[in-house]
Design a protein around this ligand. Structure first.
Ligand SMILES: NC(=O)c1ccc[n+]([C@@H]2O[C@H](COP(=O)([O-])OP(=O)(O)OC[C@H]3O[C@@H](n4cnc5c(N)ncnc54)[C@H](OP(=O)(O)O)[C@@H]3O)[C@@H](O)[C@H]2O)c1
Length: 251
């Protein structure tokens, strides 16, 4: 008995947080393999540029301005994907923020935003695509967690770490609940070069995290290739967990 790798050309893939970093690279890699990509983020100018790049290279893409923390936006995103391409085969729940600070600084607004984007955004993404995937009898949800979802990243990243633990719990629950037709993959990266490291308002945290990244980070396409690997597997194969660290990173 054997099964072979799938050709993903023609698959319809939504990528959230596609205006930068891992999401942008993942969208480019999926499009290069022939997937039709639906790009979501708040910065529409960035998405339009990426659409132009993908089309110039012979691929198919559309942009949908989306705030993942708004359930209505996620519904509109899924509807736009179906309107443009007729179905949704893959959702990459990638959008995320990482404002770092010790709990004692009480940056409660940043805690709220981190929870809204990193947890609620993932759940709203699932809510938007799950009924459609169930109706199709197939689908693949890829959630981007973090090494910080495997270990508690403290003292600076306790809330971020909590959100990424939540992403892993949601992924595993979704995998078990969604039965035989829907695949669920969690990707947990270590330090990857992107804009994420610039997201801390706390000056000490910002300087520390940027120095850490400079010493350790690997390029965003390291993660994009892993997402493509999971998506390319045959329909009866579900790559559940991928952990990718820079060789140099201990944490
Ligand atoms: N870089 C790393 O070291 C690393 C490690 C582990 C996990 N991760 C995870 O990887 C994912 C991607 O991060 P990245 O490193 O590529 O960071 P990034 O370069 O800062 O990209 C973050 C993306 O998320 C989008 N985003 C943020 N808030 C949003 C919102 N409310 N609605 C829609 N989109 C939103 C941003 O787009 P707009 O601002 O245009 O909306 C941007 O496209 C995140 O989940 C992050 O936690 C990253």
């Amino acid at each position: 008995m054997s099964n072979t790798q799938l050709d993903i050309s023609g698959k319809v893939a939504i990528v959230t947080g596609a205006s930068s970093g891992l999401g942008e690279s993942t969208a480019l890699h999926l499009a290069a393999r022939g997937a039709k990509v639906v790009l979501a983020a708040r910065r529409l100018d960035r998405l339009h540029k990426l659409v132009a790049d993908i089309r110039a290279a012979g691929g198919e893409a559309i942009a949908v301005q989306t705030d993942v923390a708004r359930r209505d936006d996620m519904e509109r995103l899924a509807a736009a994907a179906v309107e443009a391409y007729g179905r949704i085969d893959v959702l990459v729940n990638n959008a995320g923020v990482m404002p770092l600070s010790p709990l004692a600084r009480l940056k409660v607004d940043e805690w709220d935003r981190t929870i809204d984007v990193n947890i609620k955004g993932v759940l709203y993404g699932i809510a938007a695509v799950l009924p459609r995937m169930q109706a199709q009898g197939s689908g693949h949800i890829v959630n981007i967690a973090s090494i910080a979802g495997l270990k508690v990243f403290t003292p600076l990243g306790t809330v971020y770490s909590a959100t990424k633990h939540a992403v892993r719990a949601i992924s595993e629950g979704l995998r078990i609940e969604s039965g035989r037709s829907i695949r669920v993959t969690t990707v947990s990266p270590g330090a990857v070069d992107s804009e994420l490291k610039f997201g801390s308002s706390d000056p000490d945290a910002s300087a520390g995290v940027q120095a850490f990244y400079e010493a350790n980070q690997i390029p965003a396409d390291s993660v994009a290739r892993a997402v493509v690997y999971a998506v390319e597997q045959p329909a009866d194969v579900d790559v559940n967990e991928i952990v990718i660290r820079p060789v140099a990173q201990e944490f």
